[in-house]
Design a protein around this ligand. Structure first.
Ligand code: NFD
Length: 290
């Protein structure tokens, strides 16, 4: 009503103004201008050719990367994935919306090959490619199909919105945030045997609000996980901010003790350090002494 007051309307005029306002509001809802909800969509739109990329990655994964993942229908997987966010407000997508896709795409993770990371994505993917000894979320069918892609939908039309998406941090039930939380939860629940965690010692390693801290750690089942190996890797050019027993790493160690999960902790684990050094051999900390 304060808006009407500013127009200096009185009596009957005010009622007409109110009626006009209501008509305008209902028109806005019908035409889909409400897609913007309360959030300005400033983020990148969905990745071009999202469907083709996802289906192609799916065939590649099942055919060449991990034929043990079983029989899956890649087109049906795409449809289940799309249904999670198509024709919906991109800020109102929940973890549950992705459950049908996750259930269809799910497969076993070999015992002892679960590996978690936070702020060390590039390094963990290099380590995975070189050793073939671990299977991070990004090397499961679910993670492989979506890693590095962008997506959201809009209320007023089906399919991905290629123009713009809300920024990841602008809302809680973001289409991508909810997906990664759901996928990470699903991945962590399946961990068995020895588990590895690779954290960044040049940062706040065990960051609050990180998916590793908020979702994955809590889903590690102490009956299935026999031990956790923490590798705290500093960037080659430093700084050495956190280490085993120091800062947020100490907090993580205490949580593992409370959960009664055995753990080891190594600072700058040599095989990973050597990978970091491949690209920066001239740095003093990479001096191999030869
Ligand atoms: P992180 P974390 N805006 O390095 N996971 O502990 C945008 F655009 O802090 C895998 O949270 O570690 N992207 C993936 C963001 C994604 C933002 C999420 C942001 N504000 C979780 N914040 C994946 N493969 O992409 C975070 N991100 C994205 C699983 C960005 O792509 C893995 O199993 C960043 O590289 C792993 O154990 C990524 O989220 C753990 O959760 C991770 O942020 C890593 O999640």
């Amino acid at each position: 009503m304060s808006f009407l007051n500013t127009l200096n309307l009185t009596g009957k005029d005010k009622s007409v103004g109110l009626l006009l306002g209501l008509i305008l509001l209902s028109h806005t809802e019908r035409t889909g201008a409400k897609d913007k909800s309360n959030v300005v969509q400033k983020g990148k739109g969905s990745t071009a050719k999202l469907k083709e990329i996802m289906i192609g990655r799916c065939f590649n994964y099942l055919g060449t990367i991990n034929p043990n993942a079983g029989n899956k229908d890649c087109s049906k997987l795409w449809e289940a994935f799309l249904r999670a966010f198509s024709e919906k407000d991109p800020c109102k997508i929940t973890k549950e919306d992705y459950k049908p896709f996750l259930n269809m795409a799910d497969h076993d993770i070999p015992i002892g090959q679960s590996i978690f990371w936070s702020q060390t994505k590039e390094l963990i993917l290099q380590y995975t490619d070189v050793t073939h000894k671990v299977m991070p979320l990004e090397n499961t069918l679910i993670g492989f199909m979506l890693d590095g892609l962008n997506w959201c939908g809009k209320l007023s039309s089906p399919g991905p919105n290629y123009e713009a998406c809300p920024e990841w941090n602008s809302c809680t039930n973001h289409s991508m945030g909810s997906f990664w939380r759901a996928a990470s939860e699903n991945y962590a629940m399946k961990a068995q045997g020895e588990v590895t965690v690779l954290l960044n010692g040049s940062a706040n390693a065990f960051r609050e609000n990180s998916i590793f801290r908020e979702i994955e750690l809590g889903k590690l089942d102490s009956k299935r996980v026999t031990s956790v190996h923490l590798w705290i890797m500093d960037n080659i050019d430093g700084p050495d901010k956190e280490s085993c027993g120091v800062g947020s790493v100490a907090v993580l160690e205490n949580i593992l003790k409370e959960k009664k999960i055995k753990y080891t902790c190594v600072d700058n684990y040599k095989p990973v350090k050597m990978l970091q050094c491949v690209f920066k051999l001239d740095r003093p900390s990479c001096n191999t002494g030869t």
